[in-house]
Design a protein around this ligand. Structure first.
Ligand code: NAP
Ligand code: F7E
Length: 378
């Protein structure tokens, strides 16, 4: 064959990043192993859609390159056995209860998966005597900065997490550093700022917006209800960010890296751009709980069938009306909010040669395009 196939083990393979990372590693010729939870229905739709028809190096089939293993980050024995059996060159620990608001409702479970789950991975590598072989990537997060102590945030900015999710990820961050320093492991943190895509979970704000706007433009939904629209995020594309994860594990030395675009936008700006994608301006009126967004959009469909924006054809002649399309609902507020996040990606640029490729408008457009097509396909 002439080259050694590297083996990667991805926890959280069924999630947004797991699917994009699997795509990247398969195209690079890796043998990819993934940890998949047992669920009552198959949960590999993202992997299927992104990787199902991927031409692989050397003409290999997907069955020869991709292996899914049942397991759970809360099950130490399962994790240890899998790491021992697979003997991976690289582990990407992406598994997490990743929803910040949900973490306030399930703090103990969130800590079990996000904090102890990371320790289980690190300890499994040690128990399997793989500390010199296996490179470990930990999915750290800008939520570590929470109530930000400095703008923009760098690798040296002090942490101040604001949710059980953030606190659990803080434990995982330091445990990764500790295994690196104690056992000489190649264990690195990628401190990733928000990254989105058409494969983003539907309850995260960006995807909630693009799906709702696509439905409103087709008469299937009257309006969208949001929480804090003043929140600002440094939003990038998941496809670009998984490339950074891979680069972090190929670097000569382990370390901790901020991965961000260096640009921030508010939730309100995201909504405005989503409507503008189809040429519909939105007008904002009122403040606080009374704030609304008003736009001229198709009437609600009488029979629940999509009418309005047809991809490739635009809005056509459908009857339109001006109405409230965005309202504030305090149910979506959080007990403690992270108001603003902005990363300084200088280190990853200079050390890893990584740069975000997708602009903010390109990201919104790709997500809108996907969801408009999805509405008509469903
Ligand atoms: P995601 O779409 O929510 O995916 C999370 C993955 O973790 C899913 O595959 C999920 O499995 C799995 N998982 C959850 N609980 C588990 C458990 N108990 N055992 C095993 N697997 C479990 O998240 P993502 O956006 O891809 O993010 C990937 C990682 O990066 C997460 O650790 C997240 O916290 C972190 N992160 C994300 C961002 C971002 O903006 N996306 C930024 C910084 C860091 P199911 O499919 O079965 O639910
Ligand atoms: O919220 C505000 C909300 O849930 C973004 C995870 O991937 O990124 C993600 O965490 C902002 C917040 O993401 C709604 O209050 C307003 O200020 O999309 P989100 P997140 O909390 O930033 C980090 C980096 C991670 O690590 C996490 O795993 O939007 N917001 N209205 C809303 N948010 C939601 N979900 N729903 C709303 O209706």
């Amino acid at each position: 064959m002439g080259f050694m196939t590297k083996k990667a083990f991805i926890t959280g393979i069924t999630g947004q990043d797991g699917a994009y990372l699997t795509h990247l590693l398969l195209t690079k010729g890796y043998e990819v192993h993934g940890l998949m939870r047992r669920t009552s229905q198959f949960n590999n739709a993202r992997i299927q859609e992104l990787c199902g028809h991927l031409p692989l190096p050397g003409g290999a089939s997907l069955e020869e390159r991709l292996f899914l293993h049942y397991g759970d980050s809360t099950d130490s024995l399962n994790i240890t056995t899998l790491v021992e059996d697979i003997q991976p060159d690289e582990i990407y620990n992406l598994a997490a209860q990743s929803h910040v608001k949900v973490s306030f409702e399930m703090p103990v479970y969130t800590c079990d998966v996000d904090a102890l789950g990371t320790l289980r991975i690190l300890e499994a590598v040690r128990q399997a005597r793989l500390t010199e072989k296996t490179h470990v990537y930990q999915a750290s997060t800008s939520e570590l900065f929470g109530k930000v102590q400095e703008i923009p945030q760098t690798e040296k900015t002090p942490f101040y997490p604001r949710s059980p999710y953030g606190v659990a990820k803080l434990f995982a961050y330091w445990m990764t550093v500790n295994y690196r320093e104690s056992y000489g492991m190649f264990a690195s943190n990628g401190i990733l700022f928000n990254h989105e895509s058409p494969f983003r979970g539907e309850t995260f704000v960006t995807r909630k917006i693009t799906l709702a706007v696509a439905r409103i433009l087709n008469g299937l939904q009257s309006h969208l209800e949001l929480g804090n629209m003043d929140a600002k995020r440094d939003w990038g594309h998941a496809r670009d960010f998984v490339e950074a994860m891979w680069r972090i594990l190929q670097h000569d030395e382990p370390g901790d890296f901020i991965i961000a675009t260096g640009e921030q936008h508010s939730v309100r700006e995201f909504v405005t751009l989503a409507f503008e994608f189809v040429g519909i301006p939105i007008r904002w009126e009122g403040t606080g709980l009374e704030e609304v967004g008003i736009a001229r959009v198709p009437f609600l469909s009488a029979d629940g069938k999509a009418v309005g924006f047809v991809p490739g054809h635009g809005l056509g002649n459908v009857p339109m009306e001006e109405r409230v399309v965005v309202k504030v609902n305090p149910d979506f507020f959080r007990p403690a909010e992270v108001e603003t996040l902005l990363g300084n990606p200088e280190k990853s640029r200079s050390v890893l040669g990584w740069n975000a490729q997708t602009s903010f408008p390109q990201l919104v457009h790709e997500m809108m395009e996907y969801d408009l097509r999805k509405i008509h396909a469903d």
